[in-house]
Design a protein around this ligand. Structure first.
Ligand code: CP3
Length: 354
């Protein structure tokens, strides 16, 4: 495999020296880009876009044509795993994802199985290898998965939720059922991410979007424990290069030390913690990714640049920082504001790496 032209993202995740702070955005391929909306229309639906490797690659590359990003992220979704388990995934406009066959009992849970990566999820691996080919060694490709807890919230609630009433009722009253579900999911995520790595993903991120709704005790038992199992099961090197693992628990700022104990290479931060405090707490055990409030992108380009400068100064000198938003970019954001953010990172960060 040819050398990467720009590997500062992978180097920063491993806390190796870089010339400037690398940057990418969660949800960088998506509805805030008119060219994304056009391709999605052509594809028919969101899942049709994910299932077609040419379309998936096209939308993955769209933000790279606009902005000097240091990483690409596979265009897919975390709900591909429960979809492959036969839960009947639909995306309803205005409603988000819906599962026709949610999991509510031990009998339902016992029917779950680890999907076959080639026959059930081969379309994801085809997208990974197509994107790698189309990137042509320019920047690294990130693979991803949801955490078992986060996937289970959708599978048990039957879609998005504000209260997490059903999964929490199961957690309190039928913990053995929930543990069974999480265990099958952890095995599925290990197989899924290892298949993405073998297909060409050069780093992987685990999205624990809903870990932050748990008490500290329940986070340890129902979310972190399974992410730890995943980190232990991942292939950490491919094609002669380390494959860094990023753990992102939204709302997980109070648990960084425990998250670092999993052996992940980097932790994703949302905007509810100061990155200097996070750095002081984790020391040089892990790199940090984040953590600008995505709502800053509604402000003026000048204000965006100021915020970038503040976060860069808070992190301070040296490698180990990947700049990102603290969560995905919102669909209403003006792409020019996203550009102002990325340019600010590329222009202002060199001074911290002398
Ligand atoms: O970051 C990227 O650019 C890569 C693509 C990506 C998508 N989803 C594309 C997508 C990634 C990494 C995800 C992860 C994902 N999916 C998460 C975890 C990340 C996070 O935000 O915390 C979650 C919780 C999901 C589940 C999901 N997928 C929901 C709740 C929705 C509906 C959201 C909405 O606002 O309608 C999706 C659909 C989805 N996934 C879209 C995109 C671009 C929008 C689909 C569309 O209408 O075109």
């Amino acid at each position: 495999m040819a050398e990467l032209q720009n590997d500062r993202f992978l180097r920063a995740l491993l806390r190796e020296p870089v010339d400037r702070t690398p940057v990418w955005m969660m949800r960088q391929a998506g509805r805030y880009l008119p060219e994304y909306r056009a391709t999605r229309k052509e594809a028919g639906s969101f899942m049709d876009l994910c299932r077609n490797k040419e379309f998936a690659s096209e939308v993955t590359l769209q933000p790279l044509e606009r902005f000097p990003l240091d990483a690409a992220i596979l265009f897919s979704d975390i709900l591909t795993i429960p979809d492959a388990m036969g839960l009947g995934l639909r995306f309803e406009t205005g409603e988000g994802p819906v599962f026709d066959k949610p999991i509510r009992s031990m009998a339902d849970a016992k029917k779950l199985y680890v999907p076959d990566m080639a026959s059930d999820l081969g379309y994801v691996m085809d997208a990974v290898s197509t994107i790698r080919k189309d990137l042509n060694g320019s920047i690294p490709l990130i693979g991803f998965s949801g955490s078992p807890w986060t996937l289970a919230t959708y599978m048990i609630e039957g879609g998005s939720s504000k209260t997490f009433a059903k999964i929490k009722a199961m957690m309190f009253d039928q913990p053995a059922t929930l543990h069974h579900i999480l265990d099958v999911l952890a095995d599925s995520v290990i197989a899924y991410l290892n298949a993405q790595i073998e297909a060409g993903a050069q780093a992987v991120q685990i999205f624990d979007t809903w870990g932050g709704v748990l008490t500290p005790r329940d986070y340890n038992e129902f979310s972190l424990r399974y992410m730890h199992k995943i980190v232990d099961g991942l292939k950490r090197e491919n094609d002669g290069r380390k494959v860094p693992v990023i753990l992102f628990t939204k709302g997980g700022g109070q648990w960084l030390e425990a998250m670092a104990d999993t052996g992940a290479d980097a932790l994703g931060l949302d905007w509810t913690i100061n990155i200097d405090e996070a750095r002081a707490r984790v020391g040089n055990r892990v790199a940090l990714q984040g953590n600008m409030d995505p709502c800053i992108l509604y402000a003026s380009p000048e204000r965006i640049r100021e915020e970038v400068a503040t976060i860069l100064a808070q992190y301070g000198n040296g490698s180990g920082h990947v700049f990102n938003l603290g969560h995905g970019i919102h669909p209403e954001i003006n792409p020019e504001h996203a550009g102002a953010f990325i340019n600010a990172v590329t222009e202002l960060s060199g001074q911290y790496h002398k």
